[in-house]
Design a protein. Structure first.
Length: 331
């Protein structure tokens, strides 16, 4: 792939400007108009003031963090497997996290470890199980090829989807509705406590990933090449797998499974910024966050007062994009 002709600093400047514009304007979008004076003075329009600060602002920030986390996770997998279709969604990680939360909702398992809530821990363990299964299945064949891992991911994802349906069947009507609604992905019940916990988990994990982008650059060239440059292949891969599990688990626990963000955003950023992960990682974070904020804002405004779950919007965008990748790339 040819290097981008536009200077990176200019692309970053435009991207950061667009991100700030989206973050500033998105809280004002909705069925109820928020006048600017009501934002800064709760005595002018107290209801609008509360709607802005207690509902829309945390929702927009949560969408940004979720999109950034999913986009960075997709970038990691695309680099590790050297394939544009390798994402947490296609490799079964989102399915594993979803199964963990479905079990939590149905059976009420409440285990908190290291400050993580029961739901977050269930999502993380589910994501970790999915990665372990995919990795284990490919190692059983004595290979860790990209094609084998992608096929194993599809199989694991389908298996977990069946288990989610089974868990739904075991529950009552209320449990079935909760799981079904949650599986669509949504940000309609997010407050500052949830935002704070999610931000702490995702920011720390994203910082770890970004600090290891040089190893990811070498692994993206080839595992043998990375080993010749002193990279511990297995340890680095396990670290990235663990970080992706944390990111996806944290997002799924709060927002539900949101597909295609990890595929669309890193690929677009790669076209703009090139394949160097030192540039690609921060770009993926910014673009992925803004992308999900735009999708969520569109979903809650296009047929207001009815809200379309953000997972539905991203699937409508990502489905055709997925087909385009299949047609135009050698995957």
């Amino acid at each position: 792939m040819s290097r981008p002709r536009v200077p990176s600093w200019l692309l970053y400047g435009v991207l950061m400007f667009l991100v700030l514009l989206v973050l500033v304007l998105a809280p004002f979008a909705g069925i109820r108009t928020i006048p600017l004076p009501a934002v800064f003075d709760d005595g002018v329009l107290p209801l609008e003031h509360r709607i802005f600060w207690r509902m829309r602002v945390p929702r927009v920030l949560t969408a940004f963090i979720a999109g950034a986390s999913l986009s960075l996770s997709g970038m990691c997998f695309q680099g590790l497997f050297r394939n544009v279709l390798a994402t947490p969604f296609t490799l079964g990680v989102s399915g594993g996290a979803s199964l963990g939360v479905a079990i939590y909702v149905r059976f009420g398992i409440s285990v908190g470890i290291l400050g993580l809530s029961g739901m977050s821990m269930s999502a993380f363990l589910g994501a970790l199980c999915a990665i372990a299964l995919v990795y284990g299945l490919t190692r059983l064949r004595g290979t860790s090829s990209t094609a084998a891992m992608l096929l194993a991911g599809v199989a694991v994802s389908s298996f977990f989807s069946s288990l989610i349906l089974f868990v739904q069947y075991l529950g009552d009507a209320n449990d079935m509705f909760r799981v079904m609604r949650w599986l669509m992905g949504g940000l309609d019940a997010v407050g500052y406590p949830t935002l704070g916990a999610m931000a702490a988990l995702c920011f720390v994990t994203m910082a770890v990933v970004i600090s290891q982008v040089e190893a990811l650059n070498l692994l993206a060239v080839g595992e043998e090449f990375a080993a010749s440059r002193g990279v511990n292949r297995e340890r680095s891969k396990l670290l990235f797998f663990f970080c992706v599990s944390l990111l996806v688990g944290g997002v799924v626990a709060v927002c539900g499974p949101i597909g295609f963000v990890g595929m669309v955003c890193p690929h677009i950023c790669r076209l703009l910024f090139g394949a160097n992960h030192r540039k690609l990682a921060p770009a993926s974070v910014l673009f992925g966050g803004a992308f999900l904020v735009i999708c969520d804002t569109f979903g809650r405004c296009v047929v207001a007062p009815v809200e379309i779950p953000v997972g539905v919007i991203t699937s409508l965008v990502g489905g055709p994009f997925f087909l385009w990748l299949l047609i135009s790339h050698d995957v």
